[in-house]
Design a protein around this ligand. Structure first.
Ligand SMILES: [Zn+2]
Length: 325
């Protein structure tokens, strides 16, 4: 693939292509945006455009020459994508980059180092990196990838040209899941609605979502009218104890509730996220008045914010279930 095949991110790509066209490619970039939205993909296409041997279109890789193909297969000696092993980058990885940087490109025009998770580095590693950025060797482009500029030293920030990547529209993620990953429309719509505009996240949560008993959540919790104390207690016990998994269940619950509200207010089946549960959703929606459903949505919003913000999970769930019925 090349720039022209990248989904979305028109603005960052335009900025990079303009830099090539005007001969103003700088030594260090910082790409920021959510995980899995395509920052490393764009960085690799940039590396291809900078090193392509074809020259038909100097602003994009050709995808056919040996340079483009080597970069695609991660075999190009001058293009290195450094990703964390586990949660954070290791100091050896930054050192590896630092020693490789000293040499001229072997076969390409530019050495390109792409450093993922640059906002997850120990401080002494940031200092190692800073030294490299202070005296960037000629022919070298360093691209740092990060969720946001927050976790990055100001001294490093000031040496990078920042390019912001926005999340993709869910519709685009959904189309990609169908076209590139062969998912059916139901799956694609559900995953894209929970992906926060990130194709990578959509794939990451695919398995987990398939194991969530959505029909049961809908019938016995989200759309259920009355609860005994035991049932409330049972729900609290049944929720996952891992913060991230719990957060995902609550997000799924929100989409179920959203579907109930949608059907009740518009009757429009075509826009349901859980279209495989259309019949059940219609039946339950009949039993409700909109303000009550909106009230539950409020409770879910509060709970998800609290869980995301590190609140005590048990207390948060208890508070939510207490006001639920
Ligand atoms: Zn090429």
């Amino acid at each position: 693939m090349s720039f022209k095949d990248v989904m979305g991110h028109e603005k960052p790509i335009l900025l990079l292509q303009r830099a090539i066209a005007q001969n103003k490619v700088t030594h260090s970039y910082l790409f920021t945006g959510n995980d899995g939205i395509g920052k490393s993909l764009v960085a690799l296409q940039f590396a291809k455009a900078l090193n392509c041997l074809q020259g038909e279109n100097p602003l994009d890789g050709c995808d056919r020459c040996s340079s483009c193909r080597k970069i695609d297969r991660a075999l190009h000696p001058d293009v290195l994508l450094i990703e964390p092993e586990g949660q954070t980058l290791k100091v050896d990885q930054v050192r590896e980059m630092q020693s490789a940087i000293a040499y001229r490109p072997y076969e390409g025009r530019r050495k390109v180092f792409i450093l993922a998770a640059a906002d997850r580095m120990a401080p002494h590693m940031s200092n190692t990196l800073l030294k490299t950025l202070e005296e960037p060797p000629l022919h070298t482009v360093i691209i740092l990838l990060a969720k946001s500029p927050k976790g990055i030293l100001p001294t490093i920030l000031s040496r990078c040209q920042s390019i912001r990547f926005n999340s993709l529209p869910p519709q685009l993620v959904s189309e990609w899941l169908m076209k590139e990953k062969g998912l059916n429309e139901n799956e694609a719509r559900l995953l894209s609605s929970l992906s926060e505009g990130s194709p990578g996240k959509a794939l990451e949560i695919k398995e987990e979502i398939s194991e969530i008993p959505r029909e049961e959540l809908l019938k016995r919790w989200i759309g259920s009218k009355s609860f005994s104390m035991e049932e409330k207690e049972g729900w609290i016990e049944s929720f996952p104890s891992q913060r991230e998994n719990l957060h995902l269940i609550l997000e799924v619950a929100k989409t179920l509730l959203r579907d109930l509200i949608l059907i009740q207010t518009t009757g429009d089946q075509t826009k349901l996220i859980h279209s495989d549960l259309t019949e059940e959703i219609e039946q339950i929606a009949k039993q409700w008045e909109t303000p009550h459903l909106l009230n539950r949505m409020d409770l879910l919003h509060h709970a998800t914010w609290a869980i995301k913000g590190n609140a005590n999970m048990r207390l948060t769930l208890e508070a939510m279930m207490l006001s639920w019925a």
